[in-house]
Design a protein around this ligand. Structure first.
Ligand code: SIN
Length: 282
């Protein structure tokens, strides 16, 4: 009932012929859930969604989640504005390094949905990389190393690896809490997680939030993490989306990493993001 076109060999699919603003039948719900399970990232273009509709679409995939540490829209606790203003130049961008959203939480989002309101004429693409494909083809020695091992994730500074100092953030469009002891404490997750719906295993490590392996120092973990990231973010396992207004992109936050490109200084870009929960990573 849905028309689906795969985007690459390992991940991503575009779905046509669906108007997400209309009531969603249980068959369509199931088809969308299956598409996300199979392809990690699904893209639906030309949508016109109110905030309520954006949240209703999110609830197809899990319970809506309120994100800590990032200011939501003033009148909606469940939506954050991923915004870069025209005058914000020469600075970091939210999500501008490979990551899994908020992996430093005990139960990080199971998935996220971005809806494009305003986009640059060129630039501001988002990339995703399948961590299921990355795990499957991980060299045997590394596979043995990560299997059964835990890694430590820490929140600071919440989505921007090389964030400007707090005073320079005064005019930044995304306001983030800093030095929050709860977010800055160490949380551990398995380095390899199993998707409860598909049984597929994925790497669950990322360069923004993972600081070290549980039984090792940050210094001793660094080279191995770098080697894993080089493999995990190979173009072979990834897809790239060039945004148009009205695009809705839904992704599995446990089976892929994503990366916001920062190549559009001088243009305004506004996406609204919701997140949904699932069982904790295991
Ligand atoms: C994010 O959710 O990390 C932001 C992605 C983007 O702005 O492209």
């Amino acid at each position: 009932m849905i028309r689906l076109t795969k985007l690459t060999g390992f991940m991503g699919a575009e779905i046509d012929g669906v108007d997400l603003s209309r009531p969603i039948s249980s068959d369509l719900r199931t088809a969308l859930q299956n598409a996300l399970n199979d392809h990690h990232v699904i893209i639906l273009r030309d949508q016109k969604l109110s905030r309520e509709q954006h949240k209703n679409v999110t609830a197809i995939f899990g319970s809506l989640m309120k994100l800590p540490y990032v200011e939501p829209l003033p009148d909606d606790d469940y939506i954050i504005a991923v915004l870069k203003e025209t005058e914000e130049q020469g600075t970091g961008v939210f999500g501008g390094e490979w990551h899994s959203d908020f992996s430093f939480l005990k139960n990080p989002p199971a998935g996220s949905i971005l809806y494009a309101h305003e986009v640059p004429t060129v630039g501001g693409d988002t990339l995703w990389a399948s961590q299921a494909a990355a795990f499957t083809s991980l060299p045997e020695q590394l596979k043995e190393f990560v299997t059964g091992r835990y890694a430590i994730h820490v929140g600071a500074p919440y989505g921007i690896k090389h964030a400007p100092p707090i005073d320079a953030q005064a005019n930044a469009s995304i306001r983030m809490a800093r030095n929050n002891p709860e977010a800055d404490r160490e949380i551990q997750h398995p380095a390899v997680v199993t998707d409860l719906k598909t049984g597929r295993k994925s790497l669950f490590l990322n360069p923004i939030y993972t600081t070290r392996f549980e039984d090792m120092s940050a210094l001793d973990s660094a080279d191995i993490l770098q080697e894993i990231y080089r493999h995990a973010t190979r173009p072979d396992f990834s897809c790239r989306h060039q945004w148009k207004i009205g695009d809705v992109v839904i992704w599995n936050n446990r089976t892929c990493l994503h990366y916001a490109t920062n190549d559009y200084d001088g243009s305004r870009r506004l996406l609204h993001r919701t997140t949904f929960t699932g069982a904790p990573p295991s």
